[in-house]
Design a protein around this ligand. Structure first.
Ligand SMILES: C[S@@+](CC[C@H](N)C(=O)[O-])C[C@H]1O[C@@H](n2cnc3c(N)ncnc32)[C@H](O)[C@@H]1O
Length: 450
């Protein structure tokens, strides 16, 4: 048995399949005792998957489904072109607009038939590949043990997110197949050496859209996981709550937080929507003269304060306040307070495309206030974690001075001029499939505010 090496970790690799290396998907399907249903695409849709590499077959692309009995949600199916020739295989959903989440194209299955139509082996293979990618990226390391191990389509396991927080693997499911293959996924994650606990964080609203009965989800995922754990990121320690927001910690901002630590020396820093203090602690470590973190969540602010103690930082130099962002910023404005560096990382204000217009107004108002609190020549790191905003490409326009008479940007509203210094997204352990831009969500833009 071959073993993949990973710092402190070992995960068994796949056993060699008995199938001949040149088997086609059709031949592999024919060898299955129960047979495999076929989802036949409408004419002209084949290239979306064969050439453009889209990992998702939307229900609108499907012409017909062949199979008796018809496939059920979570079943493995073949995806075929109009002539019924298989081009790929994936996991079927009878309810969702995501009709098939593709797992392998025909060429891949032919090249390596060991995983073809076999979810257990495919899951193991993809998790091995994800571990290997992180190892190449230097994650985990002596200074970071909080990171994303599986990023859905970016790691070719659409609907599955796994974050690793020290000895805890947090599994966030947003597809019915992930719930169906829970034992196989858990088996792989718990075989990673350092992981002693697994915590499930099902995305209830999305799973409802996947046709799942969600009333018993909590009971389906009983947890023996500790309620809190300690992790290390960029050499800074955090106590995180396993019931906290997202999966418990925003690992996506790791590289942007590190950047803040490099520019904070002798600076006065304001961190709006600070959660458990990530940017603030990095600024303080980077030599900031004073840091103020603001968040409405009491549990988040309490954790942030604990994290100051945990890192033995000077409490005179860092303050966390439980307050609404707008209320705080308006108050600070009325007191004529100014900061050298302002960080603004609000929650997802545009959860869907239809909310984009109203969300643009909210982003504009928050950013206008943040710009007014930034000293002339100072820096504003402003973020949007709304996929709809980032994918629309209009975030920068929302920030900049007015281009159109009917559209006033944040800088125009604030009476300030901005220039763009740095543009970033999520950290490198959050890979994106370019054929599925819907996976891109985080914008992090550093502005100079004049
Ligand atoms: C994207 S998270 C911030 C993550 C954080 N910057 C980090 O690096 O971990 C958004 C934060 O905004 C906070 N929040 C939501 N509504 C708020 C409001 N009206 N005023 C202040 N904070 C708010 C949430 O509690 C959450 O901690």
């Amino acid at each position: 048995m071959q073993l993949l090496q990973f710092p402190g970790r070992l995960l068994k690799s796949l056993s060699v399949s008995a199938l001949p290396a040149t088997s086609t998907l059709q031949e592999i399907a024919s060898s299955q005792p129960k047979g495999v249903a076929k989802v036949v695409l409408k004419n002209g849709k084949r290239q979306l998957f064969k050439d453009n590499g889209s990992p998702m077959v939307y229900s609108g692309s499907v012409d017909r489904i062949i199979g008796r009995p018809p496939p059920m949600t979570g079943d493995v199916v073949l995806v075929a072109d109009g002539t019924e020739k298989p081009i790929a295989w994936g996991l079927y959903n009878s309810v969702s607009m995501f009709c098939v989440r593709l797992m392998q194209l025909e060429e891949e299955a032919t090249r390596d038939p060991s995983c073809a139509l076999n979810m257990e082996k495919l899951i193991e293979s993809r998790i091995n590949a994800a571990i290997d990618l992180r190892r190449r990226l230097g994650i985990p390391s002596a200074s970071t043990n909080a990171y994303r191990l599986i990023n859905s389509e970016g790691d070719r396991l659409s609907g599955l997110i796994v974050d690793v927080f020290g000895e805890i693997g947090v599994i966030a499911s947003s597809a019915a197949w992930v719930e169906k293959y829970k034992p196989e996924i858990e088996a792989c994650i718990s075989r990673i050496d350092d992981i002693n606990h697994i915590k499930w964080r099902p995305s209830v609203e999305i799973l409802k859209e996947e046709g799942m009965e969600t009333t018993n989800l909590k009971e389906m995922h009983p947890s023996t996981c500790p309620e809190r754990t300690k992790v290390l990121e960029n050499g800074i320690s955090y106590t995180i709550s396993m019931e906290g927001q997202k999966t418990g910690f925003y690992a996506d901002q790791r590289e942007n937080r590190r950047f803040i630590s490099t520019i904070s020396n002798k600076q006065k820093v304001l961190d709006i929507c600070c959660y458990n203090g990530g940017f603030s602690l990095n600024a303080c470590r980077g030599g900031a003269v004073h840091v103020t973190g603001v968040d409405t969540s009491l549990p988040a602010v309490e954790l942030a304060r604990e994290n100051v103690v945990l890192n033995e930082l000077d409490p005179e130099k860092i303050t966390f306040l439980r307050e609404d962002a707008t209320v705080f910023m308006k108050g600070a404005l009325s007191r004529n307070e100014l900061w050298d560096i302002v960080i603004l990382d609000p929650p997802k204000l545009a959860p869907r495309k239809k909310n984009l217009q109203s969300a643009s107004g909210m982003y504009r108002n928050l950013n206008s206030l943040a710009m007014q609190l930034t000293k002339r020549g100072g820096l504003l790191m402003t973020c949007s974690c709304s996929g709809a905003m980032t994918q629309s490409g209009t975030f920068l326009r929302t920030l900049q001075a007015s281009e159109f008479p009917w559209y006033e940007g944040a800088a125009s509203m604030a009476g300030r001029k901005i220039t763009v210094i740095r543009q970033a997204g999520a950290a490198c352990d959050h890979p994106i499939d370019p054929s599925y831009p819907e996976g891109t969500y985080l914008s992090n833009i550093l502005l100079r505010v004049l």
